[in-house]
Design a protein around this ligand. Sequence first.
Ligand SMILES: [Fe+2]
Length: 139
Amino acid sequence: MYIEWKDVYCIGVPRIDEQHAQLIKMLNDLYQKIGPESSPGNTWELLNGFNRYAETHFICEERIAVDAGVPLGELNLHKQEHEDYRERMRTFQHAFSENDKNAPIQLMAFLSNWWLSHILIRDMELGRLVRNAQQGTNG
Ligand SMILES: [Fe+2]
């Protein structure tokens, strides 16, 4: 579904916020091109750019968290969510390779739900911790 970028999605770390806005823009572009009529083969091609950008983003975000000294418990929890996402995407990739006709629309629903809830919950907490660490406080 089409996602309109809102200021409430900002986690307060400019580099991450810019990447999130770009990811949502790319998702919206994909949403216009992918539908019930899309062939799984074509869809996966369209997704390549998004997948590459998402992976670069995860690595960048984790690096920012490490550099800021985010507590290890939260860092690991966060990395695990990224890893779970990669695992889900591998499952989708398999469905696409099997030419599952439902896969494109299911994937779009998964992507919009996952990114919004990850940004609003896990990344929001990360943003708070990064900003606190940068201000030299702990809480
Ligand atoms: Fe994240």
